[in-house]
Design a protein around this ligand. Structure first.
Ligand code: PLP
Length: 369
């Protein structure tokens, strides 16, 4: 029997067994520093090279456009702070993850001018909104898919507008990579952030795609790793685990997505009779279900679900200490009587139909009291 039902995969996902297996040699038997010139280091150097190629192939990039980082937070910070010399003008949206919002805030403190685009009720950033606000922007940063409500943004169109006005385009694709098809060439983005633990890879490793020719300052000073752009001894095991997990997720992506969209329908059908709104619109990440229950408290639901052995969330994992209505729920304008009762259920490849029925039953028990 399961110890608990884990339905918070957007916060983090379980490390895949094949990723773990692929990582182990680089932690013990082949532990060499890849930068050393002796033959013992060659295998680690080759493993990094191969992983870079695997990741590049998964997102339609060239291997020299992939830069390994410590995860989504670092990639986002680097993209925003490394491409914009203040004074500058940045455009982002009200529903970005705090790593983007706070990076922009830091840039404002240094003299940058930042505009925040408003989403529609479904959480979409409309290209028209960008067109109206773009004048003189040097960087546009809009996420590919939202971490709380799952909405997928029209990045291709947004990118075209940014480029037509001479601005660089960054997308935080932390929730999208490994879950929906991502092809950097057709998206057109200059930079794209990803994080391994969101697609069944290890925590503390990610990457930033930087389009060939895009100008970006090195993240920090040090050695010559990552073409001199991101110094520091490479996390070889993490990089190998990330590449293994991403390849595996991409290979089973359409099958997983089909199953998860089916589970979403099952869950919603099983909640009939309860008064709730589903947030995030039609075009959303598979398995991300954001619900606002009338007159309820999302935090109380989370704790009652926890007592029943079910892990869900009220919004962003990075903001779990903040029990107020999230900035995303506020920005999309969820009516006040529903907003406080918002929860996020995020299903992953390991969830079963039985989990979904149990989650719905538990919610019904809690909310009909
Ligand atoms: N961006 C988004 C959309 C996220 O969901 C997260 C994590 O929740 C991050 C960035 C930060 O990623 P990491 O946990 O790898 O630092």
């Amino acid at each position: 029997m399961k110890r608990y039902i884990y339905a918070d995969n957007a916060a983090t996902a379980k490390l895949s067994s094949s990723a773990l297996e692929a990582m182990l040699p680089w932690l013990q038997s082949d532990f060499a520093n890849p930068s050393q010139p002796y033959s013992f280091s060659r295998a680690a150097k080759a493993a990094i090279k191969e992983s870079r190629q695997v990741i590049a192939d998964c997102i339609g990039a060239s291997s020299d456009e992939i830069f390994f980082t410590s995860g989504g937070t670092e990639s986002d910070n680097w993209a925003i702070k490394g491409t914009t010399a203040v004074p500058c003008s940045i455009i982002t949206s009200e529903i970005e993850h705090h790593t983007v919002l706070n990076s922009c805030k830091a840039m404002t403190a240094g003299g940058a001018n930042v505009k925040y685009l408003k989403p529609t009720r479904d959480g979409v950033i409309l290209p028209d909104e960008l067109e109206k606000n773009i004048s003189a922007a040097s960087l546009v940063s809009i996420m590919l898919a939202n971490n709380e409500i799952g909405t997928i943004q029209p990045i291709c169109e947004l990118c075209k507008i940014a480029h037509a006005h001479g601005a660089l385009f960054h997308t935080d694709a932390v929730q999208a990579v490994g879950h929906i098809p991502v092809d950097v060439k057709s998206l057109g983005a200059d930079m794209l952030s990803a994080s391994a633990h969101k697609f069944n890879g290890p925590k503390g490793v990610g990457f930033l795609y930087i389009k060939s020719g895009a100008r970006i300052l090195p993240l920090h000073d040090g050695g010559s790793q990552e073409s001199g752009k991101r110094a520091g001894t490479e996390n070889v095991a993490g990089i190998v685990g990330m590449a293994t997990a991403l390849k595996e997720n991409c290979e089973r992506m359409s099958e997983t997505a089909k199953r998860l969209y089916g589970y979403e329908k099952l869950l919603i059908d099983n909640l009939s009779g309860l008064d709730f709104i589903r947030n995030g619109g039609e075009n959303h990440l598979p398995g991300v279900i954001n619900l606002s229950f009338k007159g309820a408290s999302g935090e109380a639901i989370l704790h009652r679900m926890d007592l029943k052995g079910i892990c869900i969330s009220t919004g962003s994992a990075c903001d779990s200490v903040n029990t107020q209505v999230s900035h995303v729920v506020r920005a999309i304008g969820v009516p006040e009587e529903y907003a406080q009762g918002t929860i996020r259920i995020s299903l992953g490849a390991d969830n079963t139909e039985e989990d979904v029925v149990t989650i719905a039953k538990a919610l019904k028990q809690i909310l009909s009291r």
